[in-house]
Design a protein around this ligand. Sequence first.
Ligand SMILES: C/C=C/C(=O)SCCNC(=O)CCNC(=O)[C@H](O)C(C)(C)COP(=O)(O)OP(=O)(O)OC[C@H]1O[C@@H](n2cnc3c(N)ncnc32)[C@H](O)[C@@H]1OP(=O)(O)O
Length: 773
Amino acid sequence: MMLGRLAARKAARGAFLCQRVHPTISALPARFQSTAAVEAEETIRAPPPSFEPKAGRKYEFFQDIEMTPEGVAVIRFDGPKSVNSISFDMSREARVMWENEIANNAEVKAVVFSSGKPGMFIAGADIFDLKAVENKQDLVGLIEEGMDFFQLMKDKKIPLVCAIDGPALGGGLEWTMWCDYRVASDSPKTKLGLPEVKLGLLPGFGGTQNLHELVGLQNAMDMMLTGKDVRPDKAKKMGLVDLVVASQSVESVAIQSAIDLATGKLKPKRKKKSLMNRLLEDNPIGQKLIWNQIDKMVAKNTNGNYPAPYSIIQCVQHGLANPATKYKNEREQFAKLAATPESEALIGIFDGMTQMKKHNFGKDAARPVNTVAVMGAGLMGAGIAQVTAEKGVTVLLKDRNDEAVGRGQSYMKGNWDKKLKRRRMTKFKHNIASSNVIGLTDDNPATPAHFARAGMVIEAVFEDLDLKRKIVADVESQTPDHCIFATNTSAIPIADIAQGAKRPENIIGMHYFSPVPSMPLLEIIPHEGTSDATKATAFEVGSKQGKTCIMVKDVPGFYVNRCLGPFLVEVSAVVRDGVKLEALDKALKNFGMPVGPVTLADEVGIDVTSHVAGFLSNADLGDRMGGGDISLMKDMIGKGWLGKKSGQGFYTYKGKKKTISPEVEAYVKGFVQQDLGLSEKEVQDRIVSRFVNEAAKCLEDDIIENPVVGDIGLVFGTGFAPFRGGPFRYLDQVGVGNYVDMMHGFADKYGPQFEPCQLLKDYAAAEKKFHSS
Ligand SMILES: C/C=C/C(=O)SCCNC(=O)CCNC(=O)[C@H](O)C(C)(C)COP(=O)(O)OP(=O)(O)OC[C@H]1O[C@@H](n2cnc3c(N)ncnc32)[C@H](O)[C@@H]1OP(=O)(O)O
């Protein structure tokens, strides 16, 4: 069971075919003769020098162009990496290729953009190229070069068609919007979106201007401000694509469409707006209503901490009012955002997440797991069963009796029903997931036969060492030798659970966060004797369940809860020093946490929070758990004030608004020793520094392998302000030296719990950063 669930959940809530021209193509339809939107002040610069051809083909980022007999040039993206992206080199090569082979070639009557990598269209602009530009102002010119290419394409005045199979994201989707017709495959890999906002950026290849032309203002703002992607069927309904076909036919249908467009047989149909949308979007009063709604939503969701959504709004509004400078303004805004610390932090998170998708135990180290047994059908067990069954794995959900198993199954069904209702799951997938779960009890005679097939057992029972050891012994007697035993303990050392096991090398910790279906993080905790095969298998099962996995050392609290321990103690300390509960929540929300610590404790449960804090107080953290008094929460348990689940915690939960009752106020007052009149900044710094120092101490003690793991762990496990990028990037941004000085000041004022760890002092002395970029 974990702390930080709500916080993290919220946090956790951007080539061409060539031959002879078909005789029927003589004159192109008029619509392709029109000049595309050109900005008055934009000029096309001289083409860059040619590139050295790659061995066996002419281009590095494209397959050689093929021409159909009808004059359709098929250009297939196929860069050197597993994912196609629009790097500066790719964009320049596209221009060279176009000028050499298309621009003045009268035989080319239409172009189809496709991909040489099945299931991968274009993932967007190359994020690492964007990162590498030192002076972000230079991005204005670099993006302009890319835009020149789109203009060149349009200048040819022939039909441009895209065959989209796989992700078309960011700049990839923007590329398709410069074309006249889009055919998408119905593959589960195909998704269309502008996720730039998640990187603290905006769509800079014309997306802020071109998307609303296709899908309307409201849909466009929703896509750009949330960064969410759209599945092909929805994209078709919105007007973002023209056709959806099977993957294997996407290119041939695109070619046929290109021929039909060129001959005038096909005219792209733009989606008509409903009357309501016309009223809202096409007149100034309606637009005003839309902008008011959007402003409110953005203010609520960003708390003013994320600049990108505001720049996206600025770009769209500017473009509507000033068409002549719309693209120029867009790229200037893009460059400004790229220079912000928020964008640096969010790109750091993307990079970290990508790194966490891989392990280093070798490609074949993991064992295949087709059946997972989950012991314990409570909230954690049922959640683990749900995310496993959804991914097509057979789940054996076992508990003491039918009632317990039934409760777990109802929990899963409830969640799947909700997904079905919200169209996040099809009826077919709902049925498959449900049929993947087999409920079992201790006295069911079929249980041993089922367990004999299990490749992994995940235990999610009470935190009781003897019970867990007994389960290990039972499981070892019922399962094959290769079966892995994963424990979901949040507190008991894995080595203790493995003691006395017959196959300790198969034992590992898999620490999920509650509620499992919505929490993105999984801590994987090997003990000294865990084999690499077990580590790799746990990693692959966790990734398959949709979790971002971090490998951490077997110490009390592991990584995430260990950091939360000193944080919670400091929360009690500032209450003691006179900070009111609501002011405390507000201070941490203003720092960027998705919820304040008081709400967090209520959400997680006062009993659970108090247990974790109490457990860590008795562990090996010494002074770092000092300075506060967690009996503030302990005594609440006796009163039945368990948090949101009991309707009463620090807050009273009646109706929609939570309030602080006079009874709680009086109770908390009993703990207040003095009113220091702390400023909001000091409250933030006192609490956050305890958290950040513990993260650094975990790095010093090798509990986490590197700062990237540390950042991802706290952002995804606790909701640590994503725009700050995690504790290590935050330290880099404020300066480790400044932070150490601040902590020393607190240590003088409040005591040794604020003494910065040695690693922080070393980094401060050497003026080092945790991240190189
Ligand atoms: C003006 C325009 C601005 C923009 O367009 S900004 C970029 C907007 N695009 C995005 O934010 C999309 C980011 N990428 C993704 O969401 C995912 O990736 C995919 C869905 C495309 C693929 O997911 P999966 O199959 O799980 O692959 P993987 O492990 O995430 O990535 C494989 C390798 O591809 C690199 N990569 C992915 N997207 C980009 C990109 N946009 N620019 C540069 N590299 C990218 C990764 O880092 C990694 O690399 P390695 O194998 O070396 O670890």
